[in-house]
Design a protein around this ligand. Sequence first.
Ligand SMILES: [Fe+2]
Ligand SMILES: [Fe+2]
Length: 135
Amino acid sequence: MTWTHKLTTGIEWQDADHRELLAQMSALLIAMKESSARSEIAKIIEFLDKYSIKHFAREEALMREFNLPGTAAHIREHGEFKQRITEFLDAYSRQGGSSFVVMHVQQFMQDWLIKHILDTDKKMASNYLMLIHAA
Ligand SMILES: [Fe+2]
Ligand SMILES: [Fe+2]
């Protein structure tokens, strides 16, 4: 999955973060297909974990600051994603993930992110942009 225009929310840093997340998810898929070293794969997954946590925190700070509608549900969605990745990382470091499992998680992350951007993030961004342009 590469970047397409319909994923644009209109908030510059948010779009840049989403691009980076999708690029790293693609990198993970390529690394799996090329049977890259385990350490290489672990590095990408850890990057995705840290970067998504930072990204979510940034969105959540903005939603709270401007008291945007749908904030609680949006934060819950982020929480579900974080939970899923944390569980996976735990399992991966304890017993090592088979390529099947990693590919499955990669697919989950990518599908989740695209759906989340198209629906939840875009709504948040349009609420925010409307508010600041009205001010
Ligand atoms: Fe986002
Ligand atoms: Fe979000």
